[in-house]
Design a binder for this molecule. Structure first.
Ligand SMILES: *[C@@H]1O[C@H](CO)[C@@H](O)[C@H](O)[C@H]1NC(C)=O
Ligand SMILES: *[C@@H]1O[C@H](CO)[C@@H](O)[C@H](O)[C@H]1NC(C)=O
Ligand SMILES: *[C@@H]1O[C@H](CO)[C@@H](O)[C@H](O)[C@H]1NC(C)=O
Ligand SMILES: *[C@@H]1O[C@H](CO)[C@@H](O)[C@H](O)[C@H]1NC(C)=O
Ligand SMILES: *[C@@H]1O[C@H](CO)[C@@H](O)[C@H](O)[C@H]1NC(C)=O
Ligand SMILES: *[C@@H]1O[C@H](CO)[C@@H](O)[C@H](O)[C@H]1NC(C)=O
Ligand SMILES: *[C@@H]1O[C@H](CO)[C@@H](O)[C@H](O)[C@H]1NC(C)=O
Length: 401
């Protein structure tokens, strides 16, 4: 019932854009918000500590709703819109509710396959949220060349600072405190380009950029004042990414993982809504340094077959480029999925997706030899993330809230 099978190419959509312009780049810095919404921007980091078998996510972002307009920033780079401080809507129960415009979240999961991912997400008052670049307001989009240098602050509840190769998170979200320091980001591509490569210059409804596949977490500490639990450690790995655009798509999957041997895998895709038509498209990257493998998949270089079943916690994909192929099966125990998590929609944050950090990715990599694809690598990635969003969530249970 919730299965879908698609063979996908976007080549025909891209038309004359097929000659890649000169572009690489670091898109991790904040993007410029347009004068009127809808627009959203959000950052997501996920720590994996395989020694203690714990994984911790941290996310934050802002939505400029369709009905709101931007108020010019102060020169200190303070709040970025003041025209609407909250957005009223009616919940399913008919009560008046609020769709928050700025949200922070911490997601936590141990390796026990009967424990769901626990999510703490809170709204941040707009006037307490600020994003600065090189200490000042955001007046340009990231320039593709400079290393990131930005800070996001959540009033009394902490901040995130990404500067050069250093990342520091020091935040409180509801009952949870999270502190971490990470260094040595490993970029998606050699020029700092992300999964979209030159496609990022197309007017896609939503963009995905991976800044680091596996930064080294020099130290971290998470305290949950409700359970009294504290987790801390050294040498965990941190995946770092962001999204920006109009809103999350109608349906999507996202998955990400890293092994102790530095194998990394990340994929994002689903229904892309171009107003006049919907297409199904994926961006993905697989790295295995020990085997000198670095496979990228975009709609411009590959065909994808894709089946998903959110009610079974399973995604199967075959991604085929000219000279290489991946066959990927991803499964997470149903009991490990979170409740519906908040994500950016056109009118603010609302519950949109479920996630597990206890997925296993079964991955086989092939290279073309003449007319055949030959198996060159086979890896299972444990403690991987798997997310179902929008229409891909079991029984659409996160939609329409
Ligand atoms: C997993 O959690 C359940 C319930 O909290 C507990 O009964 C079980 O012993 C745990 N399993 C392991 C392997 O720790
Ligand atoms: C990153 O951190 C290291 C060690 O803490 C420090 O020496 C260096 O100056 C920092 N770099 C930046 C760009 O902040
Ligand atoms: C900080 O967190 C506390 C506890 O969750 C909350 O009551 C307060 O509103 C938050 N302040 C900001 C600026 O988000
Ligand atoms: C993984 O990469 C890190 C640095 O990025 C390196 O220090 C470490 O030795 C690598 N581990 C393996 C098993 O190759
Ligand atoms: C694209 O998909 C969304 C969600 O299912 C739907 O609301 C929209 O009408 C579709 N657009 C087209 C052109 O089919
Ligand atoms: C690794 O792969 C790259 C690109 O495919 C190739 O240029 C390079 O020669 C390879 N290195 C080794 C050691 O095989
Ligand atoms: C995924 O593939 C497995 C075989 O490896 C199959 O049993 C399962 O039904 C598939 N699931 C979906 C949702 O396609």
């Amino acid at each position: 019932m919730h299965h879908g099978k698609k063979t996908v190419t976007l080549l025909w959509l891209l038309g004359v854009c097929l000659l890649p312009p000169e572009c690489h780049g670091n898109q991790y810095d904040p993007h410029l918000f347009p004068a009127t919404g809808p627009f959203c921007e959000g950052w997501y980091m996920r720590l994996v500590d395989s020694t203690q078998r714990v994984s911790i996510g941290f996310l934050f972002g802002q939505v400029l709703p369709a009905s709101c307009s931007l108020v010019p920033m102060s020169s200190q780079g303070g709040p970025r819109n003041g025209k609407c401080s909250s957005f009223q809507h009616h919940t399913e129960q008919g009560r008046e509710g609020e769709r928050p415009l700025v949200v922070t979240g911490v997601l936590v999961q141990d390796s026990n396959s009967s424990h769901p991912l626990r999510a703490f997400q809170t709204a941040v008052p707009l006037h307490d949220y600020s994003v600065t670049v090189r200490g000042g307001p955001v007046v340009h989009n990231p320039d593709d060349r400079s290393p990131p240098d930005f800070a996001a602050r959540f009033g009394e509840n902490g901040s995130v600072v990404v500067r050069g190769d250093n990342t520091t998170v020091d935040v409180r979200v509801g009952p949870v405190s999270l502190w971490l320091q990470a260094v040595d980001p490993v970029p998606w591509g050699p020029g700092g380009e992300g999964p979209e490569g030159w496609l990022e210059h197309l007017p896609l409804p939503i963009h995905w950029f991976v800044y680091s596949l596996r930064s080294t977490v020099t130290a971290y500490k998470m305290t949950d004042t409700v359970s009294g639990r504290t987790v801390s450690g050294h040498g965990a790995r941190l995946h770092m990414e962001k999204n920006w655009g109009q809103s999350f798509p109608p349906g999507w999957v996202w998955s990400q993982g890293v092994t102790d041997a530095n194998v990394t895998w990340a994929v994002s895709g689903g229904i892309v809504d171009f107003d006049v038509l919907n297409v199904t498209a994926f961006l993905a990257g697989y790295r295995n340094p020990a085997r000198n493998i670095s496979f990228n998949f975009t709609p411009a270089n590959s065909l994808v077959t894709f089946t998903h079943d959110g009610c079974q916690g399973v995604v199967n994909m075959t991604l085929t480029a000219l000279n290489y192929r991946l066959v990927v099966k991803t499964m997470a125990p149903l009991a490990t999925f979170s409740q519906c998590l908040l994500g950016p929609e056109k009118d603010g944050f609302r519950p949109v997706c479920v996630e597990s950090y206890n997925a296993v990715v079964y991955l086989k990599a092939y290279r073309r030899h003449g007319f055949h694809f030959v198996l060159v690598d086979q890896v299972n990635i444990h403690q991987a993330a798997l997310e179902f969003g929008g229409l891909y969530v079991c029984k659409h249970k996160c939609s329409g809230v």
